[in-house]
Design a protein. Structure first.
Length: 289
């Protein structure tokens, strides 16, 4: 196997570009830099306005309003625009196929299947594509990311994609059919947990705790519980049982959660996000918003 891209990654000459410089691009850039795998001079980001580019520029990252510049300069291009922007954005890129055949595009756009992204990128000479769903906690190196590799991508490009994504936290390569559901659990999941943390803190405030204390306790409790599941390998049900003393406070609270449909609410949330992902793909195929 020719390891052109892996060699560039190791020599720290691989150029990685971001089209779109919003929340997720910033989170991924942060993880890449923190990992030490790439340095600022290997990164370029583009966006129409300076709103998000300013902070990156201050860190020594090249920025531009011209997406073409990112495509031309970079070996790996991470597509970080909203799904509905993508078709219009691609049409305006004029870089020719001769420049793109050996590039890797990593799409993090929710809902868009590899086949659809490939169709839009075919004008660039069929570059390699990886579809990934990271989450915003990448910003604090506590992220998750699932990804799927397009069939036929050469081992060098696929290895470089995996290496870059590996800095995002808990990272798994999955069949593409699992990406929508995995995104609904982990990509959108932080939002569900923020609501849970806010509500836990509200409960504490209702029962007389100062807001700051209630919120810190709630957030640390979520972190601690997550770490328990990951580090002990025990089933969450068993860990729950270990907190519930017979006739105690926790089982009374669990009963209240069950009466109020806590489990059902989370299952419905994941189902809704997964189905919405499928709808986003259909809308791009039919050209609707
Ligand atoms: N947020 C999340 O938790 C997750 C998001 N995703 C996916 O990541 C993608 C980005 O989401 P997120 O970062 O939250 O979105 P943001 O709204 O934070 O960022 C979008 C970025 O795209 C830029 N942009 C808009 N139009 C163009 C264009 N024509 N060319 C280049 N850049 C453009 C915006 O520019 P400007 O700064 O000028 O406004 C902005 O920097 C989405 O596809 C989403 O589905 C996936 C997993 C998790
Ligand atoms: O809400 C969204 O569309 C994106 C995808 C996953 C998290 N946020």
């Amino acid at each position: 196997m020719s390891e052109v891209f892996l060699s560039k990654l190791e020599a720290r000459t691989l150029q990685v570009g971001f089209i779109g410089a919003g929340n997720m691009a910033q989170a991924i850039i942060n993880s890449l830099l923190k990992s030490g795998m790439v340095s600022e001079n290997q990164l370029t980001a583009s966006a129409p306005s300076d709103t998000r580019l300013c902070a990156l520029r201050k860190r020594g990252i090249a920025t531009t309003h011209d997406n073409d510049e990112v495509v031309q300069r970079c070996d790996v291009v991470v597509l970080c625009v909203k799904p509905h922007i993508f078709p219009h954005m691609v049409k305006k890129i004029s870089t020719g196929p001769e420049n793109c055949r050996t590039k890797l595009f990593i799409s993090i756009m929710a809902g868009l299947p590899i086949a659809l992204v490939a169709q839009y990128l075919s004008c660039f000479g069929a570059p390699a594509i990886i579809r990934a769903t990271p989450n915003t906690p990448c910003l604090v190196t506590e992220g998750c990311c699932v990804y799927a590799v397009q069939d036929g991508v050469n081992a060098d490009l696929s290895a470089v994609g995996s290496r870059l994504l590996s800095v995002l936290g808990l990272v798994r390569c999955v069949p593409e059919q699992q990406i929508d559901a995995a995104g609904a659990v982990a990509g959108s999941g932080p939002a569900y947990i923020y609501v849970a943390i806010e509500a836990l803190a509200d409960g504490g405030v209702k029962m007389g705790l100062p807001r700051e204390l209630a919120q810190s306790l709630a957030a640390q409790t979520v972190r601690g519980a997550g770490t328990m599941v990951l580090q002990t390998g025990k089933h969450p049900g068993q860990l729950k049982d270990e907190v519930c003393s017979p006739g105690g406070t926790t089982i009374a609270a669990i009963h209240a959660l069950e009466k109020n449909g806590f489990r059902n609410a989370l299952i419905c949330a994941v189902e809704a996000a997964t189905l919405r992902s499928g709808e986003l793909a259909k809308q791009q195929q039919t050209g609707n918003k």
